[in-house]
Design a protein around this ligand. Structure first.
Ligand code: SF4
Length: 210
């Protein structure tokens, strides 16, 4: 709990709106009872995140908030061109939901993307961003964050995407590949939220995501 308080305080000092949830269900409650009513978004989109999906917020939005128009970017029926079109539209959404790869004890958030639609949206575009992050993503430093993402999260993520072909799917280790399917293309370090509170973080007590 000591680490969690350190991170929450550091995030707040860095102008993030930070929350703590004991469980994904509690994170769901924070999202629906505190965050959404304050923002009243008309449009919503998301970037892939196992942690965000654990909270089931995405599943519940249509029934709880039919007034919110959801910009879908992952429909398997979409062509590559349609996916790209909708991912570009998602950058103009009122609220964007996703997760993150690591958060340091000094309150910096680290991400690595293949396409860039997630790091793009976290950085600029959507009026508000909500990040769902398990406490297993807490690291001591930026160096540890880069090492964790490169050596643990990225190979595991590549293995999950069976349609892609990368060497780490066989070795389980990052080979710093030159594969056309390389998933490690754009790093971001979000040091502060600008404007203040644009990025909201819900830290969830438990192991979630990669
Ligand atoms: S750089 Fe290539 S080998 Fe390394 S984790 Fe990313 S996809 Fe896998």
């Amino acid at each position: 709990m000591e680490n969690i308080d350190v991170v929450l305080n550091a995030l707040r000092k860095n102008n993030f709106e930070a929350y703590f949830a004991e469980t994904p269900e509690e994170a769901n409650g924070i999202f629906f009872s505190e965050i959404l009513p304050a923002l009243k978004p008309q449009t919503l989109s998301w970037g892939d995140s196992m942690t965000m999906r654990e909270t089931k917020v995405l599943d519940e939005i249509p029934a709880k908030h039919p007034e919110i128009s959801i910009i879908k970017t992952f429909d398997p029926a979409y062509s590559a061109e349609q996916k790209l079109y909708w991912r570009r539209q998602a950058l103009l959404s009122d609220i964007f939901l996703t997760g993150s790869n690591a958060v340091t004890k000094s309150g910096k958030i680290v991400n690595l993307d293949m396409v860039g639609n997630r790091v793009g949206a976290i950085t600029f575009g959507p009026k508000n961003v909500v990040l769902f992050i398990g406490v297993n993503k807490i690291v001591d430093s930026l160096e540890e964050a880069f090492a964790r993402v490169r050596n643990i999260a990225a190979p595991k993520n590549a293995i999950r995407h069976t349609n892609l072909k990368t060497p780490c799917q066989k070795t389980g280790k990052c080979m710093d590949c030159r594969s056309a399917d390389r998933i490690c293309n754009s790093w971001t370090v979000t040091a502060k939220s600008f404007p203040k509170n644009r990025i909201k973080v819900i830290l969830i007590n438990g192991e979630f995501g990669l």
